[in-house]
Write a protein that binds this ligand. Structure first.
Ligand SMILES: [Zn+2]
Length: 125
């Protein structure tokens, strides 16, 4: 997707399985040009689509989830968090901040489903 891996030339449609030229999909606003399926975009991509360029100021972007319950399922919670941080290049599932949308001052919060399914950790809470 747009912010996922900019070096990647090709991507695959999740619906029709066509191999697509990445730039063409981006120009088509992440809609498959073959079958018109709307491909998933990251929270950062969503942010970039709606906020006025250069206006966004993120709040608390350095916060990371805690593990007060010592939670473990198939893997320990901190390991799961690290995995999501690596794959999304974000510290947390939530992006929050302020900026302008078509000139209007706005506050927004966006959950990134690619970060542990947008689950509600301590920072999101
Ligand atoms: Zn398609």
């Amino acid at each position: 997707m747009i912010g996922e891996n900019p070096d990647q030339l090709w991507t695959k449609c999740d619906a029709c399985q066509q191999i697509l030229y990445r730039r063409e999909v981006e120009r088509n606003l992440m809609v498959c040009p073959k079958c018109h399926y709307h491909l998933r975009i990251s929270a950062v991509d969503r942010l970039n689509l709606i906020i006025d360029e250069g206006s966004f100021l993120e709040f608390d972007g350095d916060l990371e989830p805690l593990d007060p319950l010592n939670f473990k399922d198939r893997m320990k919670y901190p390991e799961r968090v690290k995995e999501s941080q690596k794959s999304t290049r974000r510290k947390e599932a939530m992006i929050g901040g302020k900026g302008t949308i078509q000139g209007y001052p706005s506050l927004l919060g966006i959950m990134d489903f690619q970060f542990m399914g947008g689950s509600m950790g301590s920072v999101v809470g």
